[in-house]
Write a protein that binds this ligand. Structure first.
Ligand code: TPP
Ligand code: MG
Length: 374
């Protein structure tokens, strides 16, 4: 038997030399033949909507960070700097599509419509999953690095078998690409041409580990090409480039064209979580260089260049962000802890005898404590 080895497809990876970008740092609209074809409908008002989304996402993030410092939440993994990567990709999906993300996907959660009270309970350690995944078509936050890529591919394979045209997007970090799970997910997605979008937010660090250590200095967007998966390396701080790349990937998946990998080149400006001190492993100058590439400022400049009067847009953004922050703060401050025995409720769909026994033992133990303190 002879095996035909296909010639390498030059279209398999785009943006390897320089990440794809359509909004320059000063807001100038650049032209990219690949991305432009998917941005025909983006006028001033559509761009302003993306701006409003990003401002709300940032406000949720900064409010939650402050709430953690004030003792109302117990932990927060900030996304400061990654707003465009999440908003652009989230807005390329339909609501019937599914998202499988990590613990840093607050932008996706907000835009998919997660209940903010439930969301606050997660980060107060009062709830395991928080929102109802089936209400917003987004799986609970995943802490096991990369595991959600397998869940996303599994969902996509099932959707294909069911003859549905739903697409699954799985979001993970640069560090996750070193995990077996992500590599296995790439194999399965390629072998079964699953309708899945792999979104790698390369925020330059896996906790304190810089990406170059894990990538050998090569673009992460090269990796999926070894699995036969087309790939795009995109400026992750350019919301329009992210929207266009997302649309390309989603349309390909929906039309039966299989998986696509997007590397969003971005930067985590905050600490890994509120328990991390990034000053121990990186220079302030590096952070400052990325502040100059701020995804929200860039869109403000673009709108100004288009002749939009930004005063009312900024005012509207403030109203919406304030409303969200107030709602989230109230939820975080007033969340009530669950009864301790609720921990047994959601382990399995059906209760088991062993779990029932553990619950009874636990309740007896709690009752004995009350007895002792009398
Ligand atoms: C399987 C597994 N290994 C290790 C960890 C500990 N851990 C938590 S976050 C993290 C770094 C992840 O980095 P990256 O994938 O780049 O995502 P980011 O946090 O930057 O968004 C690690 C190693 C974990 N949660 N799961
Ligand atoms: Mg990372």
């Amino acid at each position: 038997m002879s095996i035909t080895v296909p010639a390498p497809d030059p279209a398999l990876a785009a943006g390897l030399d320089c990440p794809l970008r359509v909004l320059d740092l000063d807001g100038t609209r650049l032209h990219d033949p690949l991305l432009d074809a998917h941005l025909g409908d983006i006028d001033e008002s559509a761009l302003a909507d993306l701006y409003l989304d990003m401002v709300r996402v940032r406000r949720l993030d900064t409010e939650a960070f402050a709430l953690t410092r004030q003792g109302h939440l117990v932990l927060w993994p900030p996304l400061l700097g990654q707003e465009a990567a999440q908003v652009g990709a989230a807005r390329s999906l339909e609501q019937r599509d599914w998202v499988f993300g990590s613990y840093r996907e607050h932008g996706f959660a907000l835009l998919r419509g997660a209940d903010m009270a439930e969301f606050a309970r997660i980060w107060k350690a009062y709830a395991h999953g928080g929102w109802d995944p089936h209400e917003i078509n987004m799986a609970p936050s995943q802490i096991i690095i990369g595991a959600q890529s397998l869940h996303g591919v599994g969902y996509a394979m099932a959707a294909k078998m069911d003859g549905s045209d739903e697409v699954a997007l799985t979001a993970f970090g640069d560090g996750a690409t070193s995990e077996g799970d992500v590599n296995e997910a790439l194999v399965w997605a390629s072998a079964f041409q699953a309708p899945v979008v792999f979104l790698c937010q390369n925020n330059q660090y896996a906790i304190s580990e810089p990406v170059a250590v894990q990538s050998g200095g090569l673009p992460l967007a090269l990796r999926p090409t070894g699995f036969g998966i087309p790939s795009m390396r995109v400026d992750g701080n350019d919301v329009l480039a992210m929207l266009a790349a997302g649309r390309i990937a989603v349309e390909r998946a929906r039309a039966g064209g299989g998986p696509t990998f997007i590397e969003a080149v971005t930067y985590r400006r905050g600490p890994h979580t509120t328990t991390d001190d990034p000053k121990r492993y990186r220079d302030e100058a590096e952070v400052e260089a990325w502040v100059a590439k701020d995804p929200i400022d860039r869109v403000e400049r673009a709108l100004e260049r288009m002749g939009v009067d930004m005063d009312p847009v900024r005012a509207e953004a403030k109203v919406r962000a304030d409303r969200l922050a107030k709602e989230f703060r109230a939820a975080a401050e007033h969340a009530e802890p669950p009864a301790a025995e609720e921990i047994f409720d959601n382990v399995y769909a059906q209760p088991s005898r062993r779990l029932e026994r553990q619950r009874a033992e636990h309740l007896a133990f709690v009752a004995s404590l009350a007895e002792e303190s009398k």
